[in-house]
Design a protein around this ligand. Sequence first.
Ligand code: NDP
Length: 326
Amino acid sequence: AKAWALKKHFDGLPKASDLELITTELPNLKDGQLLLESVFLSVDPYMRPYSQRDMKEGDIMVGTQVARIVESKNPAFTAGTFVVARGGWRTHFISDGKDLLLLPSGWPESLPKSVALGTVGMPGLTAYFGLLEICKIKPGETVLVNAAAGAVGSVVGQIAKIGGCKVVGSTGSDDKVAYLKSIGFDEAFNYKTVASLDEALRKASPDGYDCFFDNVGGEFSSVAIHQMKMFGRIVVCGAVSQYNNTVPQKGTFVQFPIVFKQLRMEGFIVTNWYNRQEEALKALLKWVVEGKLKFHEHITEGFENMPMAFIGLFKGENLGKAIVKV
Ligand code: NDP
């Protein structure tokens, strides 16, 4: 079996040389265990801060994959079944079956199983709970989302449209702007080329924003929070612009609009909502099957290219969900 280990803690933007491809021997299966083979692996921005906080050098990178059961000594699972597993960056691994998740029932044969790592998986759940439970969107409201063409952002915008909202998205290339318009965003702009972020946000919604789904943090948030409407809600989902900072960025102050517009700002972690994941995955899958929720995948071929796919997240190389196909 092959695996990617953290050779050296990242310093700034991750480098391929910070990771090491290693070969491991897997022991024979014991009763209750299964042997799994990764088919699609997910690379996600959270792996960057997670590695810093929760991993030591030499550990295998954390992560989720769609895997096929090669051999089973666990009566609850049969060989050949595909599952979503938290096996880390490994080609093969052994599980006791406890944290394996079957694909939601009714998964169409024509739908790639990799979507269980994106729109009908963790990023989709993040969009679903963040928007419906934290922002609590209402029809007619205006929703702003950044990193809008990514795995979470693209689902946020489309669920907001399903919910009857006006949606504004910010992203890092003109192609991504065109993609956002093609999937129903009312307004979208390239934050890298606008002369003024403040003006771009004002132009996209002169009346301001009821809900701001923040994936990026940093300067973008400092500017956007000033354009919230009265009683607006800000869901702090991520801060991808900050993950590679070696010195924490100190920003402009946002307390003034928060007080006087009586805004609510709330951070959340999707796993805290996993007691309701069955219901949410069912809804996400239904929307995908009905064509109401479009998905795009950025697929990198080859397990040896995991580092490249991961680093690409911080350069905006992915449109939609970044996936590695073994
Ligand atoms: P994406 O698919 O959106 O990939 C990351 C994207 O972020 C890139 O494509 C790039 O798009 C953008 N980006 C990268 N660096 C910067 C930067 N310096 N400034 C602005 N944009 C940048 O990833 P996900 O959808 O998986 O994750 C989006 C966010 O949601 C992340 O912050 C992640 O940590 C967070 N998250 C939080 C969860 C939670 O439970 N709270 C769960 C899952 C994700 P572009 O071309 O637009 O710049």
